[in-house]
Design a binder for this molecule. Structure first.
Ligand SMILES: N[C@@H](CCC(=O)N[C@@H](CS)C(=O)NCC(=O)O)C(=O)O
Length: 245
């Protein structure tokens, strides 16, 4: 059985699914890597598939099932691929935290696109600066504290249940994203999130994740993704503009 992942050729919100598929050693296709993949994805957003009309990528397909929305995809894949807690209370706790990670992704996105999703960052730089200041000073510390407290409460190094699950892989991704996009700000919080950083290391050391991260299947972070590094949004000054000839 082959899983199909439909997502843009960036990490973005599709990366949660990739990490699960990779960690599970699942047979999967990252559809937009193929020559006609982008067109197939856009056709599905325009016309739907039997039983589902997704609003936006990412979405996944296996057998006759189609699922959209990154947090739902993560829980769907985690449950099918042995990367979810087995008991109901912990399963719902994992999904609760995953949905909070999806909220967090929206707030990260809004630091560089606070006004209009369909306009460029350069068209909303002044409000982005304000939004990023609030993110750095209020929202990021609040989310980080929430994640750390969940790890403290579960008491065994993972977010829910006894073993590493999809939500731990997602937490790895947000630590990586923050390290790329907000290096200066995130470093100031390191001492306050020892369990989150330890979880990041634990996930990175999982053999299939380590192999994936070293492979060309892992897209690099970039200024087309959700986590973008603009020094001025990280409390620094803007990088000098490169002169084009
Ligand atoms: N809540 C959705 C958001 C999906 C989303 O915003 N996808 C972006 C890429 S990360 C997109 O392609 N959006 C196109 C659009 O909103 O028109 C999720 O978590 O999957």
């Amino acid at each position: 059985m082959t899983y199909e992942l439909y997502y843009w050729p960036i990490q973005g919100r599709g990366e949660f699914a990739r990490l699960i598929l990779e960690d599970a050693g699942a047979d999967y296709v990252d559809v937009t890597r193929s020559r006609d993949g982008m067109k197939r994805m856009q056709d599905i957003v325009a016309n739907g598939v039997p039983g589902l009309l997704p609003f936006a990528p990412p979405f996944v397909h296996v057998d006759d099932i189609w699922v959209a929305q990154s947090a739902l995809i993560a829980s769907f894949l985690g449950e099918r691929l042995g990367l979810a807690p087995s008991e109901a209370p912990a399963r719902y706790a994992a999904l609760t935290i995953m949905l909070t990670i999806a909220d967090f992704m929206n707030e990260v996105h809004d630091t560089h696109h606070p006004v209009a999703v369909d306009k460029y960052y350069k068209e909303q730089k002044a409000p982005a600066k304000l939004r990023a200041e609030s993110f750095r000073e209020k929202r990021l510390p609040k989310f980080l504290r929430y994640f750390e407290r969940n790890l403290e409460r579960n008491g065994n190094g993972v977010f829910a249940g006894k073993d590493v699950s999809y939500v731990d892989l997602a937490a790895f991704q947000i630590v990586e994203g923050l390290t790329f996009a907000f290096p200066k700000t995130f470093k100031k919080h390191h001492k306050k999130v020892p369990l989150l950083l330890a979880l990041r290391d634990r996930v990175a050391a999982r053999p299939r994740i380590a192999a994936y991260l070293a492979s060309d299947r892992r897209y690099a972070f970039s200024e087309h993704g959700i986590f973008r590094h603009y020094p001025e949004l990280d409390g620094g000054t803007a990088a000098p503009r490169r002169r084009s000839r």
